[in-house]
Design a protein around this ligand. Structure first.
Ligand code: SF4
Length: 682
């Protein structure tokens, strides 16, 4: 039986898989020992992929309303409704909301259609909820969205700082690599997280920072390094622009970060003693109304101490989704034009010339939260949602459901026939699932790998890039969307990264712009930018320098007597997003069977909730019911809920109903980690 080398569809670790098809819908899953990301390792989610490839509940043919339709009929209707909206209300009256689950080729065609042919930048993605703050911070610091390090640096580091990440649960194979490296090299591990998570339990030092205390902490760390004489003046002078007044503007302290002086002293001693330091950060940094500043505070520390572009040193943003990075590279975000380009006249001209398009978006479009506000108030008339479930995953999800209900024309590309978002669709398009679709994904360390198909497409399901291209053709752009397969899309994308680039941007895939279909089929994992893209200490800002960014700790959220607690949200080990896939696996459901609200024993006593009892959590956005889990791993005054559940699975626990839609002013990423809330027994 043939073994197919493919890639796990869950997280941004991007593990290689060897899949052996053993029956019509049966597959044996093993880690790919030849894949650089995981060297044969898998976590529970990847291991149990075989339990999720059945056809039960699948959407197998297009639907208009609740009626089965022909593809041609559905695609013609979509093209006509989008064209009508553009003609009557302008290009910004339509939008695409896509996903870090879709493949690079899907992203490329969606971005090209919206920005080059419809003429709007109203394409955003659920990656806005995941790592938009890291993207914005990279752009501010480096001039380009480049992750400076590789997984291999974890094995070379003397000190690993994990910030806002329960890595043992959320990026388990990175965690396995960290633990193996610690055993081998004796590297120290610090976990900076409000919760004493399973990851923190294993650390040499746990720093229980207060919610959104990270800027104060990293500014204080940088001041401490300056006091100790550990700022690298030569590196700064040669490679980094330091804004006037930067050093005087720094403010932060242990108290402002909500930690003890003893913890701060232990942390600074470790940082001072170990220049080979990698700082991994994830959702606790990004999902914040000060997320971009947090990421820049971390990057500032690395730039100022010269701990970047060297083996075993650098700031490392871990992406949540399997292809969040591919979407960033293509430019499938409302905040960028294409392939790491912004909206300058020169960049717009380059993209329009490359695409030979009739128009071009000239300014950023609506980002996720603003996009659904525009749907709600009728500014957006037609919306296409692809590979994501905003009715559950967006903050203030009750408001988003209202928006979906009010949307004049909603298209949903989906794998499942019934779904929270698909319930509102005017047209449903049957998409390919993992094991059926084929294309490229990029993991957190810029490693591009192939997802390959194992099974024939079920029913009439089609690739997302194909559906987008067919709509483009029906809108009148036949030649521009005449792709004969994913390899043709990839070639065009690779060519765009090199077009009028001349080495100015690190993202340059020009070497693959002429790749043959056969070479694409046989693709081996390849990392753009190399293992250390800043080893030459040249950055993308004009003059080739990086920049320190002056950041100040955010204002503390005012005390709210009606909602005195801080609600934090996050993942469980064995579930993924809104459980549309992992919820199919009986074994994965054994780890946590329902959504629990975690609370410190002293707070539980104050609010009268009991371990195992039910509690209602309410916020300004709404309310939801959870089972109570009392644990001293929580800080006093903070509660934690998982993000996964919908009413469909648990009859409650719909977490994002109670998360408000406040956003970071730079990245427009919502702050899922610090919401005012109250709790009471049911
Ligand atoms: Fe899949 Fe991530 Fe687990 Fe690897 S660590 S097997 S990519 S879920």
């Amino acid at each position: 039986m043939t073994v197919v080398r493919t890639t796990c569809p869950y997280c941004g670790v991007g593990c290689g898989i060897k899949a052996q098809v053993t029956g019509p819908r049966d597959v044996t899953i093993k880690g790919d020992d030849a894949h650089p990301a995981n060297a044969g390792r898998l976590c529970s989610k990847g291991t149990h992929l075989g339990e999720t490839v059945g056809l039960e509940g699948r959407l197998l043919y297009p639907q208009i309303g609740n009626e089965q339709a022909e593809w041609d009929e559905a695609l013609t209707l979509i093209a006509s409704r989008f064209s009508d909206a553009v003609r009557d209300h302008g290009p910004d009256s339509v939008a695409f909301y896509v996903s870090g689950q879709i493949l690079t080729e899907d992203y490329y065609v969606a971005n090209k259609l919206m920005k080059g042919f419809i003429g709007s930048a109203n394409i955003d993605t659920n990656s806005r909820l995941c790592m938009a703050s890291a993207v914005a911070a990279h752009n501010r610091a480096f001039g380009e969205d480049v992750v400076p390090v590789s997984y291999g640096d974890l094995e070379q580091a003397e000190l690993i700082l994990l910030v806002g990440s329960n890595t043992a649960w959320c990026h388990p194979v990175i965690w396995q690599r960290i633990e193996a490296a610690r055993t081998k090299t004796g590297a120290k591990l610090v976990v900076i997280d409000p919760r004493r998570t399973e990851t923190a339990e294993c650390a040499d030092l746990h720093v229980p920072v207060a919610a959104d205390g990270d800027v104060a902490l990293f500014n204080a760390l940088l001041m401490d390094m300056q006091t100790r004489g550990l700022v690298d003046a030569n590196y700064l002078a040669q490679h980094v622009d330091v804004p006037e007044g930067f050093w005087n503007s720094l403010s932060g302290s242990a108290a402002a970060a909500g930690i003890s002086e003893a913890d701060f002293a232990a942390l600074t001693d470790l940082v001072a003693a170990h220049p080979k330091m990698v700082t991994l950060f994830s959702m606790g940094v990004n999902q914040s109304t000060s997320g971009t500043d947090k990421a820049n505070a971390i990057i500032n520390l690395h730039l100022a101490t010269g701990r970047i572009g060297k083996v075993g040193a650098g700031p490392f943003s871990m992406t949540g989704q399997p292809n969040a990075m591919g979407g960033r590279e293509v430019g499938g975000l409302a905040s960028m034009l294409a392939v790491h380009m912004g909206f300058s006249d020169e960049e717009c001209a380059a993209a329009q010339h490359y695409w030979q398009s009739p128009t071009i978006a000239r300014a950023p479009g609506l980002k996720a939260v603003d996009m659904f506000r525009a749907v709600h108030d009728g500014r957006i008339k037609a919306l296409w949602v692809m590979g994501t479930n905003p009715a559950v995953s967006m903050p203030d999800a009750g408001f988003v459901r209202e928006a979906l209900d009010k949307c004049e024309f909603l298209v949903v590309s989906e794998v499942m026939a019934e779904g929270d978002t698909a319930a509102y669709a005017d047209v449903k398009l049957p998409a390919l699932a993992w094991g059926e679709k084929a294309g490229m994904v990029t993991n957190s360390e810029r490693l591009m790998s192939r997802q390959r198909s194992l099974f024939d497409a079920p029913g009439e399901a089609k690739p997302d890039w194909w559906a987008l291209a067919e709509v483009g053709k029906r809108m009148g752009y036949r030649a521009a969307f005449d792709f004969d397969g994913p390899a043709a899309v990839f070639r065009e994308y690779a060519g765009q990264t090199a077009f009028r680039n001349d080495g100015r941007r690190k993202l340059d895939l020009g070497a693959w712009a002429e790749i043959s279909d056969g070479e694409y089929h046989e693709w081996q994992p390849a990392q753009w930018g190399g293992a250390s893209p800043f080893a030459d200490a040249t950055f993308t800002h004009n003059g080739g320098k990086a920049k320190l960014v002056a950041v100040r700790p955010p204002e503390t959220r005012p005390m709210n007597a009606a909602q005195p607690l801080t609600l934090n949200t996050g993942r469980y080990r064995d579930q993924w997003h809104t459980m549309t896939r992992t919820g199919l696996s009986p074994r994965l459901s054994q780890h946590r069977r329902e959504a629990l609200i975690e609370i410190h024993p002293a707070d539980a006593a104050i609010y009268g909730v009991t371990d195992g009892g039910l509690a209602r959590v309410h916020s300004a956005a709404g309310e939801a019911v959870f089972r109570v889990y009392i644990t001293d791993a929580q800080r006093r005054g903070e509660i934690f809920a998982p993000m996964h559940w919908t009413d469909q699975f648990a009859g409650g626990g719909r977490c994002n109903r109670i998360v408000d839609s406040a956003i970071d002013p730079v990245s427009h990423q919502p702050g899922f980690k610090n919401n005012a809330a109250a709790i009471a027994p049911v």
